[in-house]
Design a protein around this ligand. Structure first.
Ligand code: PHE
Length: 347
């Protein structure tokens, strides 16, 4: 039996030395030390020994098991170290290879134009203010003199949140006129840029979400001349001295008198035609409507607690996308929202 144990030990150590993988090691472990392994098989014969021999053999068997276990551990860490070595060699990084450049983005063309416009107004002493896109019908319509039943309140034009039509996505930035005048007394000089929403199909000049910039000036002695001056300054700064504009009489419930300002179409230069076809940018109009404006209606002033005998004011609301399209010479509004880098990287 002693010889048997010695044999097992010698063969085991030799076999373990030759094991080339963790799997081979594990197979050997089972074969040598497992329940059906060789050592166990020998130990099962212990019963045949005399009581004097038993402890001696037991001790020897334990020593053999310990030697085999020690060898197993040794091979395991040797194999592990070798595997790590190989992996490191395979994954070696050549730190002298030049890195790939990270390409920096830039502001979206809309933001660039918005920034320019804000800068121009801030330069004229205006403050930039911000307000909610989820708005009360009271502010979006009622306090702006837009009565129940007015077509712009129609459910086919406006996104409502509630059955009683009291909460909506603002359809214009004009509620910011009310929010501003309710909070402060003249002199007031603000611009309020932001998103507005209307149930429009998307085409080259329409989108259900677009941006407006509201402007409001209230002080003593403000006239329509101040309005025209402010807007002409804006246009010439943005588009250059050669920019061609026109003011047309119009109607808004919250301004009196009211007007719209158009800019000559940059695609067809006012002719309405490109290569004998109707111009797709202005639909043959020759002009692009940029904004609505007017003198703040005295009833709107009074409704906000401002004395309309002492103060007067002007307001305007301009479409930012249209300004950006003119400024960047973009002929389809949808390009602005598609976020295709091939388009964006041109600006
Ligand atoms: N809110 C109007 C619109 O969206 C524009 C406007 C603003 C008109 C301010 C007059 C004064 O059409």
């Amino acid at each position: 039996m002693k010889q048997q144990l010695e044999d097992i030990k010698q063969r085991a150590l030799a076999a373990l030395d030759g094991a080339a993988s963790p799997t081979a090691l594990e197979e050997l472990r089972v074969k040598l030390l497992g329940k059906k392994g060789e050592l166990t098989a020998v130990l099962k014969q212990m019963g045949k020994l005399t009581p004097e021999e038993r402890p001696v053999m037991g001790q020897l068997a334990n020593a053999v098991r310990a030697d085999i276990e020690a060898k197993l551990e040794e091979r395991k860490s040797a194999l592990h170290a070798a595997a790590l070595e190989a992996k490191l060699a395979a994954e070696a990084i050549d730190v002298t290879i030049p890195g790939e450049p990270v390409s920096l983005g830039h502001q979206h063309p809309m933001n660039q134009v918005l920034q320019e416009i804000k800068d121009i107004f801030v330069g004229m002493g205006y403050t930039v203010v911000d307000g909610p896109e989820v708005e009360l019908a009271d502010y979006n319509f009622t306090k702006l003199n837009i009565q129940e039943g007015h077509p712009s309140r129609d459910r086919s034009d406006t996104f409502y949140f509630t059955d009683d039509d009291s909460v909506l996505l603002r359809t214009q930035t004009s509620p910011m006129q009310i929010r501003t005048m309710e909070k402060m007394q003249p002199p007031i000089r603000i611009v309020a840029p932001g998103r507005v929403y209307r149930k429009d199909e998307a085409d080259a000049t329409h989108s259900p979400m677009f941006h407006q910039i509201e402007g409001l000036v209230v002080d003593e002695g403000i006239t329509m001349g101040d309005l025209k001056g402010a807007l002409e300054t804006l246009m010439k700064r943005l588009y250059g001295e050669e920019a061609v504009m026109r003011f047309r009489p119009h109607h808004f419930p919250f301004t009196e008198p009211s007007c719209e300002m158009d800019m000559q179409c940059h695609k067809c230069h006012g002719t309405g035609e490109v290569d004998g076809q109707v111009c797709s940018t202005c639909h043959g109009e020759g002009w692009i409507e940029l904004l609505g404006a007017g003198m703040v209606h005295p009833e709107v002033l009074e409704g906000c607690g401002i004395d309309s005998r002492k103060y007067s004011g002007f307001a305007f609301g301009l479409g930012l996308e249209r300004m950006a399209m003119r400024r960047m010479r973009i002929n389809d509004l949808r390009l602005i929202f598609d976020n295709d880098v091939r388009f964006l990287s041109q600006f």
